[in-house]
Write a protein of this length. Sequence first.
Length: 218
Amino acid sequence: MCLVLPDRVLTGDTLLIGATGRTDLPTGDPEALHESLFGKLLGLDDALRVFPAHDYKGRESSTLGAEKSSNPRLQKKERAAFVAEKRREYEEEVVRTFYLSNADLKETMDLLRIVLDARRISPVTGTNALAMKDTPERITAAARILSAIDKARPEVLIDVELLDHLAPQRRRVRLAVGDLAAWKLPHPREVHAVLAARDEEAAVVLDDGRDDRDLHQD
């Protein structure tokens, strides 16, 4: 309840010096407080002196105009924003640091801001970590998201088979993608040259075999 006098207004616990009344106590209602402030009290003359129910650091009074311009609790005039801010003041909050092993720091921050609407989050680049302050529910949700995305990139393996048409043997080579830069496949011309040479050698052996048989028959 507020009491308006000719030169002053006694604001009780509705409007304080640099603050507003608490709404987390029994019968407290941030929506009703918004109506009392922006629907009634702040529409009065700016010159009225404000006398709240409590003094602050020796200050017993202010003016309505001074509170309108400098009171940080009165800067969010829209009802929804004001109510959300008041509720956030008294919610239980925790701070937690998440250390990332594989996920990108900036991409992870952007993800949490979009998905959880996390605003009080800061990078710790020296340890590739994120520091986050929020409600226990959002901290728990952030932990689940990070557990799902902070995974090592899967290693891709390629099986290469080298076939020799003269010696029916197969050699299997398993290569990681990162090794391909250091592993050089022979040029097709080199392979054809080697195979052609082996074909000629095999042909000579076969010819010699026929000559030997012919000599024995003679």
